[in-house]
Design a protein around this ligand. Structure first.
Ligand code: SF4
Ligand code: SF4
Length: 288
């Protein structure tokens, strides 16, 4: 199964809007939302069918049994994440604990145990095309691993499907790296701001390391035509296919508020996204 991954160097560029439009145009049988910190593709893609929910266990957390603790302070001294604090008793800050187990290993009175902790939820919708997604609990900090689980769940449930569309996480951190693994084509959605240019360059250099084909499009291109030209020129110089520009469009906002994608109404942004879809799918077909 080929994977088309849609990324942006930061949030708020319209990445999910474009992903939802592509899913509609392709009548996609397999797709995923890898933005596990703030998933919203299920809303934009209008998934109301029943999902299967599984708890996701991230890193184990250290728990101190106060009855066994002799207050020696060894655990605090050994914790290099500063996750153990002392106020009358020694306690673990579960948001800071990285689950390394060093404190439990060195505790002289076996007062520390490592316990599995629910770090989020994995969700799978199957009634109307396979849709894999997840939500990480705030402060759980294992988003890259959860993204890998989202992708594994998608692949395992889409055997025999030609391609999948994956809405990636914004930024360039661990979840993006995890979503890039196995992607054949990456569509980068950027905006023509000064920060948009540098975010795009960073995400391109990250994506290049994975050997995927990279295409670029600009959303709200007419809000800064000069910067859009710079992005097009950058793509030309770096031999990256520039697949289109989406205009700023208030009708797009209305469409999203009504729960439909921009390609389901007659609007300028919808037309532009259709053209971007055609070019991107051609690149995906040719990718290996
Ligand atoms: S190492 Fe064990 S006994 Fe010592 S303070 Fe920590 S939990 Fe208590
Ligand atoms: S498990 Fe590791 S990170 Fe967590 S409290 Fe113990 S030493 Fe610190």
């Amino acid at each position: 199964m080929k994977q088309l991954l849609i990324l942006s160097g930061k949030g708020g560029t319209g990445k999910t809007t474009i992903a939802a439009a592509f899913i509609k145009l392709a009548a996609a049988k397999a797709y995923a939302d890898c933005d596990v910190d703030a998933p919203n593709l299920h809303i934009v893609a209008g998934r109301t069918d029943k999902e299967m929910i599984k708890d996701y266990y991230g890193l184990p957390k250290a728990i101190i049994n106060q009855e066994l603790c002799i207050k020696c302070g060894i655990c605090k001294a050994y914790c290099r994440f500063d996750a153990i604090e002392f106020k009358d008793n020694y306690n673990v800050d579960i948001f800071a604990c990285e689950g390394c187990g060093v404190c439990a290993h060195f505790c002289p009175n076996k007062a520390i145990s490592m316990q599995e902790a629910v770090a989020g939820e994995l969700m799978l919708f199957k009634d109307n095309g396979v849709f894999s997604t997840a939500k990480l609990k705030m402060g759980s900090g294992t988003s890259g691993k959860l993204v890998s689980e989202v992708k594994k769940q998608l692949i395992n449930n889409s055997i025999g499907t030609d391609f999948a569309i994956i809405d990636g996480s914004p930024g360039i951190g661990c979840p993006v790296i995890a979503s890039l693994s196995g992607a054949n084509t990456v569509l980068i959605v950027t905006e023509p701001s000064v920060s948009g240019n540098s975010d795009m360059e960073r995400i391109i250099s990250t994506a290049r390391g994975f050997g995927a084909k990279i295409a670029v499009c600009v959303n709200k291109y007419d809000t800064n035509a000069a910067n859009t030209e710079k992005i097009i020129e950058y793509c030309r110089k770096n031999c990256l296919p520039y697949v289109g520009s989406v205009p700023y469009d208030t009708e797009a906002v209305n469409a999203i508020n009504k729960g439909v994608s921009v390609v389901e109404i007659d609007c300028p942004s919808g037309k532009a996204v259709r053209a971007i879809y055609k070019s991107t799918m051609k690149i995906l077909k040719e990718s290996i």
